[in-house]
Design a binder for this molecule. Sequence first.
Ligand code: SF4
Ligand SMILES: [Zn+2]
Length: 240
Amino acid sequence: MKHYTRRAPAGLDRRDDWRDHAACIGLGDLFLPRDEHHVDSTEPKRICAGCPVRLPCFEAAMKEEGTADQFRRAGVRGGLTPAERAALGRRTATGAVERLTAAEQAREEAQAKNGQAIDMIRKGVNDAQIAEVVGLAASTVGKIRRELGIPVQPVPKSIEETYAERTATVDGGHVRWTATSQQATLNGRTYTPARLAFLLGHGREPEGWVYVSCDRPGCVNPEHLTDRPMREQARQAVNA
Ligand code: SF4
Ligand SMILES: [Zn+2]
């Protein structure tokens, strides 16, 4: 184990070597006593504290000794005892492993998110919805979509908007379907006016046929519509 209690080795550029400025030159016996069990680090530490090359000395020690335990380190170097440097070396090594694990985790999470986003893009979900579900920025989803070459999906309208855009209230509280098309698409599903109105008013898909219960044919006021379970219930109530 070499210790910087000598001048820089011959052959090095003497002007630039920090070892030439070490405050411990010639103090080998103090810094590296023969009897390792009776090391008193007080005086070496005091000298290190005033040493002009303490930082490069410390860095060189840590680099050379790596993760060695204190028994494979010798003498005070850079102001630290072997035990102090060993503890620091361990912490640095653990820190490096933790940083690596965290980076791997982040990479795996990002991959999982991208995979989920790709699935949803292929299923025709729009970017804003994907961003919300997957937890990615909408711009990131857009980038993935562009890379896949899949065109942007329009943001779907809510059922309220879809209904409001295609209907008008008329006299007597009835509602008229004003759109030319007798179909409306919501979240990728196609509805007849009556079924869309029923879903909006009752919060569930109708079962069986939807009938108009008022006297205005084609009325789409949800309250003027019934499905099979509602009619059965009404019948039972009458028969009871
Ligand atoms: S920091 Fe201490 S061990 Fe390092 S060169 Fe300076 S006096 Fe020597
Ligand atoms: Zn009606």
